[in-house]
Write a protein that binds this ligand. Structure first.
Ligand code: EPZ
Length: 439
């Protein structure tokens, strides 16, 4: 269900609906050519929505992607008393009257990003009930770093069957070293610390581009955050005073950019990706060039062509600026079409190679040597199949695989793809793909 306000004001197609049963039929083997524009970053827009809880006045988020995870997060916010309107790609929020401090468990179990709302809500209201967060099944995904951070800031955490109740009389800044680099824990504690009393230092912080973007959004509204984008972030808290009005423009989605880049490496003749920031993908671009893929970059565009021969290269996923784990699955599809052997080492999540089983059924030669490592021998022709999207990123990797495979495939559970990519079939069809959504 959409927040009613969204439905009233939305002026683009009302295709999205909760947990739709849509599927795609895909006729593969077609070359793709033309220009495709990148939308706003899901993983920044989600945090900008969460950050709205730190404000008492209107918050405007421009260039927000119209995707399921964004709509679900808006629903979570409306359950807390925030009013929201969505017009095209602009979300306007009024968080002046928070009426609940309990995150809706039915929505929270669908998206992991629900945990990101807890920090700002705690900072604003002094208490929050966080149901056990859900999201993509790609590994254990504990939240110990968040809990440790809130405890360090003078909050009390109580765990029960239904989740966590976190409470504080007064949030105090602290000096915290993350034992592991975590994107959402960094963002969450940076937001919590924004309204705390005194100074917080976050060490061994994540450095993903979405983090300085979030700091900029908060700083332009009066927060005092320095070092975001480096591994040490300092936040001088406002002493309990909420921020007033906020506005931001969502940065380009680097994962969508990288996915189109890989698609272009497989089928581009050529494709040009616009509205992107090539520097956010320095490592993937370097690796693709090593694989023999011709790539030219401008300030905010990338042109990519399928080479005669793709070479097999080894890849390890790493925290930014390393190769993003969210591009691992599409990269594996690329390597199934590459000459020779490639070793893929997934260092971030232990459950993020299970989708390869389906690629094997499509004809790929992939050997899983342990939960973190896959060895691929290529190239192998992929066969069209009837498959299901397991999560956002593997779902899109399957869509790419079906576009490469000759014949007609059926891709089910398209909802997973809708969680992260807006109108993907229409956008790819403009490049020459044959994807049909069956509702
Ligand atoms: C963010 O997830 C992204 N999600 C993920 O995007 C992305 O894959 C991931 O970062 C890595 O880049 C959002 O931004 C909403 P982590 P996050 O905490 O923050 C361990 C997508 O498809 N860890 O950086 O949950 C964890 O198990 C997705 O868009 C702890 O041990 O990832 C993992 O091994 C899915 N304790 C490692 O840290 C904690 O308390 C890094 O994960 C938290 C994390």
């Amino acid at each position: 269900m959409y927040p009613r306000t969204c439905l009233q004001h939305s002026n683009s197609s009302a295709k999205l609906s909760e947990m739709n049963n849509d599927y795609f039929t895909v006729i593969g083997g077609k070359k793709l050519t033309g220009t495709i524009a990148v939308h706003g970053a899901k993983n920044f827009a989600l945090k900008a929505l969460a950050a709205s809880l730190l404000f008492t006045g209107k918050v405007t988020i421009k260039n927000a992607p119209r995707i399921e995870d964004i709509f679900r997060t808006i629903e979570l916010l409306t359950h807390l008393g925030v009013t929201a309107t969505v017009r095209a790609h602009t979300v306007t929020l009024d968080p002046s009257h928070i009426t609940s401090t309990k995150l809706d468990p039915n929505i929270a179990k669908k998206i992991r990003a629900s945990v990101v709302l807890a920090g700002p809500l705690l900072a604003r209201m002094g208490t929050v009930h966080l149901p056990h967060p859900g999201g993509c099944v790609i590994g254990k995904r504990p939240i110990d770093l968040f809990l440790e951070g809130w405890r360090c800031m003078n909050a009390n955490v109580r765990e029960s069957k239904s989740g966590y109740t976190i409470h504080t009389k007064k949030l105090r800044g602290c000096d915290l070293t993350f034992k592991q680099v975590s994107v959402t824990a960094t963002e969450s504690l940076m937001m919590t610390a924004t309204l705390a009393h005194g100074k917080t230092i976050l060490r061994n912080a994540a450095r993903e581009p979405e983090i300085p973007a979030l700091a900029e959004m908060l700083n332009t509204s009066g927060a005092r955050i320095t070092g975001a984008g480096t591994s040490t972030i300092e936040i001088m808290g406002t002493g309990g005073k909420p921020l007033t009005h906020g506005t931001c423009t969502v940065i380009p989605d680097r994962i969508e950019t990288g996915t189109f880049l890989i698609l272009g490496a497989l089928l581009g003749s050529p494709i040009t990706i616009t509205n992107c920031d090539p520097h956010h993908l320095d490592v993937p671009i370097q690796l693709l060039k090593e694989a023999g893929v011709p790539i030219t970059c401008g300030k905010n565009w990338i042109k990519v062509t399928r080479p005669k021969v793709i070479r097999g290269v080894d890849m390890q996923t790493r925290e930014y600026p390393g190769f993003p784990t969210d591009l691992q699955a599409p990269f594996v599809v690329l390597m199934t079409q590459a000459e020779g052997e490639s070793l893929i080492f997934e260092t971030i999540f232990e459950g993020r190679l299970s989708y390869t089983e389906e690629l094997r059924r499509m004809g790929a030669h992939i050997h899983i040597s342990d939960p973190h490592r896959a060895i691929i021998h290529g190239p192998t022709a992929l066969r069209a199949r009837d498959i299901e999207s397991p999560d956002i990123r593997a779902g899109l990797a399957f869509l790419i695989a079906t576009l490469v495979a000759h014949g007609t495939s059926k891709l089910r559970t398209v909802y997973q793809i809708d969680r992260g990519y807006e109108n993907i079939e229409e956008r790819l069809n403009k490049l020459g793909a044959h994807i049909k959504r069956i509702s």
